[in-house]
Design a protein around this ligand. Structure first.
Ligand SMILES: [Cu+2]
Length: 67
């Protein structure tokens, strides 16, 4: 498992946290930890199964920007 912190912009409430968490879970990312204040999203993922681009895309599909 690899660890990564994504910088996500546009999250403003617990609904946003849910949306991002769910989107990542759906592509097989576990242990998603969202810090709403900073917009930091800590994830653990299997690089053989999911790429960083896929994670970014999943978050962007929910309407948030990934730096
Ligand atoms: Cu929200």
């Amino acid at each position: 498992m690899e660890k990564l912190t994504l910088d996500v912009q546009g999250m403003s409430c617990s609904h946003c946290v849910q949306a991002v968490t769910k989107a990542l879970n759906e592509i097989g990312v576990r242990d998603v930890k969202v810090d709403l204040e900073s917009g930091k999203v800590d994830v653990q993922y299997d690089p053989a199964k999911v790429t960083i681009d896929q994670m970014k895309e999943a978050i962007e599909d929910q309407g948030y920007d990934v730096l």
